[in-house]
Each structure stands twice: as C-alpha cells, then as structure tokens.
Design a protein around this ligand. Structure first.
Ligand SMILES: C[S@@+](CC[C@H](N)C(=O)[O-])C[C@H]1O[C@@H](n2cnc3c(N)ncnc32)[C@H](O)[C@@H]1O
Length: 349
C-alpha cells in the first residue's frame, strides 16, 4: 500500500505519506528554535507553495550559478548519469521542487527504454501538485516506460514510508536510487547530519529488501565573492523568499507574531565551515509573542535568527560525509569550471 491517494489536479497520482503522529510540529519547533542561545527558525517554513515559486524566481538570476551549473552537467553527461539508474528500478527524488532538471532526467531514461518508477517527494501539497502539473507540458505525458507518482511529506516521512514498502518493487526490482539535487543535501547545519540521513534512508530501503544508491548534486564553490553574489541579500527576490518564511511562521502560529515590516535578512559565508548561512534580522528592537499570552521573546535590532544553511562542500568533504554513512564515491561529474558536482554514491558494504 503506497499511502493514501490524494485527489489532485495534476495528471499523476499523489500519495499522502505525512504521519499523523510523529509528523513535524512546526509550532513547537518555532518556539524551541527561538529560545536557543543562537536562535533559529525551522527551514521547512520556507517551502510552502509560495516559497517554492519565490525560490524559483530567485534561483533564475544569473548570479545564482548553482542552477546553470546543474543544467550544464546534465547537458554534458546526461546519458552517463542516467546509465547509473537500472531498468526495473525505483527512483525517489528528495525535495523535487520545480522538476525542471528532473524532466530532462526522465526523458533520458525514457529514451533508453528503461522501466523506472519515479516518485517525486516534497513537503507542500499545492506546490507538489503545481510542479507535477508542469511536467505534462513537455513530452512526459506520453511516456511508455516511466511512471510518475507524487509523495507528499518530509524526508523523515519518506524514510518511514520506504521502510514499510516490501511491495514497492516487484520480483525484478531490487534498487532504489535517491536523487537529491539543488545542493539541498547541504542545507543541514553540519555534514554529519546529512550523513546520518544517508544512512537512515539506506536502512529504510534495506528493511524493504531494497538496495539503495544516491545521485547527489552539491555545490563546491570556494570563491567567496561569487558565493556572496549568489546570495545577495539586497536582492528583492531573496528578501521575498526569506520573508515568506516569516509569513508562514505567522500562519502556523495563527497570529501575526512577526511583523514583516520589522524584518530583513542577511547572509554570511564561513570558509572554515564551508557554509553560507542566511539569517532573519530585526530592523529594530522587537517583541515576538508566539502564543498571544503576553509572554514575548525580545530580539535586539540586528540580532540574527538562523533561517537556512547552504554548504559549499569540496569533493573531499562529500567523500567524508558519504564514507561516514558507508557509501563510496563511485563516479563524479563536474561542470566545465569545476565548482559544482554530481556524485554517484554506492553502498560500500
Ligand atoms: C533548494 S530546493 C531544490 C529543489 C529541486 N530539488 C531542485 O534541484 O531544483 C529544496 C527543495 O527541497 C524541499 N525540501 C526542503 N526540506 C525538505 C524536507 N525536510 N523534506 C522534503 N522536502 C524538503 C523544498 O520544498 C524544495 O523543493
């Protein structure tokens, strides 16, 4: 049983895999994040349907080199990349977003006449529905070898879902390829967290009798100026994307705890951590009353609240992250200037 099918307006089935209990309690996460010594807000606030659209607009700017680099790698290496995905297998995309690059990958698999069951995972049902609906505008509608299904849930929901799918494959299916693009793997604060997630997915696959491999795309840029230009916080597109996260926080809390006019965002790159962090910052001293019960938290003008991280991981760091989870780097494909890479990770044991 793949989950509960949700009626949706795209041409593809979407299954609800969010767990009733144990799902994400964003209200609690907001409260606990803000009470930390180095306060933070959950990254998930950024990824509602509007957030997905705002992110796409932001990512289409020339300065945001990541998207161009991924397309370049696909353009130069698509048959080789997709050759790693066997016929008669399952392909699960983690945080599928707009599916622009995915469409190319699926077209290549179809051209190779590989029978592949593709599952697109993302957190927002309206966002996922829109993105899947966009797939029908190209040739995917007529596919004979590829099936497309949406999964609405988080990475954690997907781990739970995968561990309960002994029937995911038929007798011929033994492999799940986890596709993780857009440098999303590095949104964790530390590479060890990403590594833990790699192994949890692997264990989940094993519980369903499936072998798991990864195709991961990660940004390895070391040019500080280029990175800062890509995440230029004076860009109205980045501001709009980030502030939508506070808007979402208000929706989750059911009250206007954050007055958007009081907030902006700023970014900082740490070469030592190989990571860029983006923060919400109040433009004046503010009180944030989460529950409307008069107990508010005080934030000084300019005090940072962490919103999201984007790692800039060298090949060495990716290898370390993979090896911690018992994966090895089987193949690496780089862009023409050597700042961005796709990695094929296979199980070392
Ligand atoms: C940087 S975007 C990348 C989108 C797409 N993979 C691409 O390469 O263009 C991150 C994507 O991951 C999704 N996402 C973020 N956190 C998630 C989580 N915990 N579980 C599932 N999806 C998540 C977001 O909704 C968004 O679509």
């Amino acid at each position: 049983m793949p989950g509960l099918e949700i009626y949706n307006s795209s041409a593809f089935p979407i299954y609800e895999i969010r767990r009733e209990n144990g799902g994400v309690d964003l209200r609690a996460q907001i409260a606990s994040g803000l009470s930390l010594k180095s306060p933070s807000l959950p990254e998930l606030l950024l990824w509602d349907e509007k957030g997905l659209r705002l992110f796409d607009t932001f990512a289409r700017r020339d300065a945001y080199y990541l998207l161009d680099k991924e397309f370049e790698i696909l353009e130069d290496n698509l048959p080789e990349l997709t050759a790693t995905i066997p016929s008669g297998s399952v392909l699960v995309e983690l945080g599928c977003g707009s599916l622009q690059k995915t469409a190319r990958i699926l077209e290549s698999l179809e051209k190779q006449r590989k029978s592949v069951r593709y599952y697109a995972l993302d957190v927002s049902l309206p966002g996922l529905t829109n993105c899947l609906a966009g797939l029908t505008t190209n040739r995917l509608r007529d596919f004979r070898f590829i099936s497309v299904t949406g999964l609405c849930g988080t990475y954690r929901d997907c781990i739970a879902w995968l561990s309960e799918q002994p029937d995911l494959g038929d007798a011929t299916v033994s492999t799940v390829t986890l596709l993780w693009m857009g440098n999303s793997i590095s949104n964790f604060s530390h590479y060890k967290e990403a590594s833990t997630m790699l192994s949890e997915f692997k264990q989940a696959c094993e519980m369903s009798g499936l072998r798991c491999q990864y195709l991961v795309a990660a940004d390895g840029c070391e040019d500080q100026q280029r990175i800062m230009d890509a995440y230029d916080t004076s860009s109205p597109h980045l501001q709009a994307f980030m502030l939508n996260g506070l808007c979402q926080a208000n929706t989750v809390l059911g009250r206007e705890a954050f007055n958007l006019e009081d907030w902006s965002c700023e970014a900082e790159f740490s070469p030592r951590q190989q990571c860029l962090d983006v923060y919400y910052v109040p433009l004046r001293d503010v009180q944030v009353d989460l529950h409307g019960e008069g107990e508010s938290s005080h934030f000084r003008c300019g005090q940072r609240i962490k919103a999201i991280s984007s790692g800039k991981w060298t090949k060495t760091l990716v290898a370390k992250m993979a090896s911690l989870a018992d994966f090895q780097l089987n193949r690496i494909w780089g862009d023409r200037s050597g700042v961005y890479y796709f990695y094929h990770l296979t199980s070392a044991v």
